[in-house]
Design a protein around this ligand. Sequence first.
Ligand code: GRF
Length: 238
Amino acid sequence: MGASRGPLRRALRGAHGAAGYTAGAMKSVVILISGRGSNMEQIVRCCAAEHWPARVAAVISNRADAGGLQFAAAHGIATAVVEHRAFAAREAFDEALAAAIDAHRPDLLVLAGFMRILGEHFVRRYEGRMLNIHPSLLPLFPGLHTHQRALDAGCKVAGATVHFVTPQLDHGPIVLQSVVAVQPGDDAAALAARVLATEHRIYPRAVRWFVEGALRIEHGVVRQCRGEAQLLLPEGGP
Ligand code: GRF
């Protein structure tokens, strides 16, 4: 055992050192969903396929009928439901949710289509280790009906944003954005589908960067330490 420790440690360092994170430091990731969970699915798949230094420890929903729970359970991931309707006050829901999350000792909390507004106390508890994806080019169009609002405003581009969560809804330091062109004749559903396809590319990338320790927040701006592009442009250029 003693004799193999040095070479083993060197081998591990060789395998992972270039990526800039410590071998053996597996990060625990907890994902919150409210619905189909297609972003969660992509994160789970990429985590396994790309051998991230992380495991998705749990998928938690505020709705028992969230489709994504079945995918998570089928992949051996712990699932839990904390029904918001069971709580009269938001603070009590937030507390119960935090207890379910903390049972998995998360290094990172990922909101993936989680449709509840979280209180400031909850947000502060996970500040700097909680990511969200929003289907607009923030700070434009926070909140609901983003695609219709972009169309109504005559926007020529739309997109999605992965950001660190702060108490203000759909704000917070931006990790990565994707851009899609608005096509003539687009309705909200068509635009949403094209934006979602880009969400599936940028969210796993952002989560991977976090678990690899490749993100720094400097004066409210997120820097990718390896200089990788924090922007996904449409195929064929802008
Ligand atoms: C995504 O468009 C996400 O940006 C928004 O809600 C949707 C969730 O989709 N916050 P899914 O549950 O990940 O399929």
